[in-house]
Design a binder for this molecule. Structure first.
Ligand code: LLP
Length: 422
């Protein structure tokens, strides 16, 4: 459920016509719905009621400060993967004790920053990282709270680029090595074992891989217990999928029910790190048609957004629905919807049946709230788009469109090139 709906043939975001925002802000821009964000968070969180749990929104999915503040206000925790995300999380007001730090390559600087902030726990992904963290904590006179990320070797049946819980992937540790890591941590005065962590992949549309992973974690937790290691948290990561097109992922209630069943009788708090399922369908990318081009073999709709704004179609062959802002019901045609970037991969849709569109009109690329703006780049020296948040009848620019000066900010011509003869 989201709040981007047609009213009298015109697309609205909550109570605002999308056209009015485009007029004020220009295109392309990302548009987020506050009501949808709130609802998705609430539905997810409430699905786990009755079970001790902490939802740590995965910041990487959409890290705009306004969105982070909204979730922080709702009582969410945060899943971070870099010093930059820690900085954002703290600025947005997440309590440090609700922040978990994931990722295979944390630097010493990032470890120091997170220890200084006093986060809930580090999800550690290798023995090298664990030993480094212990040293860093020792030098600071601190104790680092940790979980080890287990690679449970289950197939999440999703796109290979977003599969993380298979043995051949770079993430986490196999159970044998993880066990060694726990024994090391148990003996180290600067490490405090809090949990066991795992994340098997993203855009999962079935529950069984999650349950399978949890079963394996439970066996592992039992083994730790036999060795005198008590676990307070099981962090199951994120990964629940959404509807982009024809998928039918389970609703959070079913997902939660399955996990609750598995966890019954266990004295642990469940941590979840959802990203996409909360923000994915709460955002769209609004773009304008520049040209319509017919060639002997194909039709092209050329729009003012490009792969630098939304990378998912070319990177994962991802499907995003594309709809006109005005009147959906009209003759259809089959076309490629493409951007202005000089790459064949710069497409939003290929051989797609879409309503016949004219140059100058507005389109919405749906389900763009997760892994949209956060993966945008300046390729082809294109300023990154604006981000706008709707709340009822009002809308706010929550990140202004970049300008040309911003494109070259930080670049410098060295003195030896300053005169023309160099
Ligand atoms: N926790 C960890 C440790 C993760 O690596 C991820 C996502 C999440 C949580 C959140 O997963 P979610 O609930 O959003 O599925 N750029 C790709 C998705 C990459 C996901 C990376 N990790 C895409 O656009 O499909």
């Amino acid at each position: 459920m989201h709040h981007f709906q047609y009213r009298d043939g015109e697309l609205y975001a909550e109570d605002v016509p999308v056209r009015a925002i485009a007029k004020k802000v220009g295109t392309p821009f990302y548009l987020y719905s506050t009501a949808t964000l709130k609802r998705h968070f609430q539905v997810f969180d409430e699905a786990f009621s009755g079970l001790p749990h902490l939802v740590c929104y995965s910041i990487k999915a959409n890290s705009n400060l306004a969105i982070l503040r909204l979730f922080a206000n709702k009582g969410s925790g945060a899943d971070i993967v870099s010093g930059g995300e820690l900085y954002r999380a703290l600025k947005a007001g997440f309590p440090p004790k609700k922040i978990v730090f994931s990722g295979v390559g944390k630097t010493q600087r990032e470890m120091r920053e997170a220890l200084k902030a006093g986060i809930l726990m580090f999800n550690v992904e290798s023995l090298g990282e664990l030993k480094t963290l212990a040293q860093v904590a020792k030098r600071m006179g601190k104790v680092a709270p940790i979980a080890i990320r287990i690679n449970p070797d289950v197939d999440p049946k999703t796109h290979p680029h977003i599969t993380t819980g298979l043995m051949k992937s770079k993430f986490g540790l196999d159970v044998e090595t993880a066990f060694e890591a726990y024994l090391f941590a148990k003996e180290h005065p600067n490490l405090d074992i809090l949990g066991v962590d795992c994340h098997i992949g993203s855009q999962l549309t079935e529950i069984s891989p999650f349950v399978e992973a949890l079963k394996r974690i439970k066996i592992f937790v039992e083994k730790l217990k036999e060795h005198g290691i008590k676990i307070k948290y099981i962090d199951l990561g994120g990964g629940l999928g959404i509807v982009y097109g024809k998928e039918s992922p389970p609703p959070p209630s079913e997902y939660a029910q399955a996990l609750k069943q598995e966890l019954a009788g266990l004295d642990v708090t469940l941590i979840l790190e959802p990203g996409r399922v909360i923000v994915g369908n709460a955002g769209i990318l609004v773009t304008r048609v520049l040209y319509f081009k017919e060639t002997p073999v194909k039709n092209f709709v050329i729009i003012d957004a490009a792969m630098n704004d939304l990378l998912r179609p070319v990177l994962y062959q991802a499907y995003h629905e594309i709809i006109p802002i005005l009147s959906k019901n009209r003759p259809k045609l089959v076309a490629d919807v493409v951007g202005p970037v000089c790459e064949t991969g710069d497409f939003f849709a290929r051989d797609r049946e879409i309503p016949k569109v004219k140059s100058g009109e507005l389109l919405a690329v749906m389900s763009a709230g997760a892994y949209g703006f956060v993966m945008a780049s300046n390729y082809n020296s294109r300023p990154r788009p604006a981000e706008v948040m709707v709340n009822g009848k009002d809308f706010y620019v929550v990140r202004k469109r970049e300008n040309y000066a911003r494109l070259i900010a930080g670049e410098k011509i060295p003195p030896f090139l300053e005169n023309k003869s160099a």
